[in-house]
Ligand binder design. Structure first.
Ligand code: HEM
Length: 151
């Protein structure tokens, strides 16, 4: 009861930080596969490849993973705030399914980064170009769902 009261008071703050952290998470989910596109074209063992390894590790450890954790924490905070979500509506469930898919995508990118780091990437440049579009589609769908709440 007390936690509910406190969550209601800080609701605009939690929402602000939810939006800030999701922007950082999305930026990293869009940028990391783009780095993989160029990294997959660099010869193994080259200076260029070594630079990409550093950029990818910093992006993942410094931004992508902390931003994902923050987005989940603030999002669950909003979900637990009384009166914010009508759980009988469909949009929140579809959003949650997309968010879980984005989280799986996140861990897939972490795996790819580790493979690149060990010089054992198994995917083509074309593959990374294609998966680069997925977070954009998810972002558009989520924003429409949370703002329009169409169903
Ligand atoms: C990680 C798990 C997530 C959970 C549990 C979650 C949950 C929520 C909840 C409960 C709200 C409040 C809805 C309302 O005020 O009507 C919200 C708002 C919002 N969420 Fe999420 N969310 C998550 C991830 C995301 C992601 C990945 C994005 C963007 C790609 C996103 C974008 C937004 C936006 C833009 C709002 C503000 C909507 C408004 O102004 O009313 N969320 N979220």
């Amino acid at each position: 009861m007390r936690l509910n009261f406190w969550l209601s008071k800080v609701y605009p703050w939690i929402k602000s930080f939810h939006i800030v952290s999701m922007v950082a998470w999305m930026a990293a989910l869009l940028y990391l596969p783009r780095l993989f596109v160029y990294h997959s074209m660099a010869p193994v063992g080259s200076n260029r490849s070594a630079t990409f390894k550093v950029m990818e590790r910093r992006l993942e450890r410094g931004i992508m993973t902390p931003a994902m954790i923050a987005t989940w924490c603030f999002g669950l905070g909003l979900a637990g705030t009384p009166g914010v979500v009508d759980w009988y509506m469909g949009w929140i469930w579809v959003k949650l399914v997309i968010v879980v898919a984005l989280t799986l995508f996140h861990f897939f990118l972490v795996r790819c980064r580790e493979d690149f780091s060990a010089d054992s990437n198994r995917h083509s440049t074309r593959f990374f170009r294609m998966i680069n579009e997925l977070p954009t589609v998810a972002l558009i769908a989520i924003v429409v769902l949370v703002v329009v709440k169409p169903f």
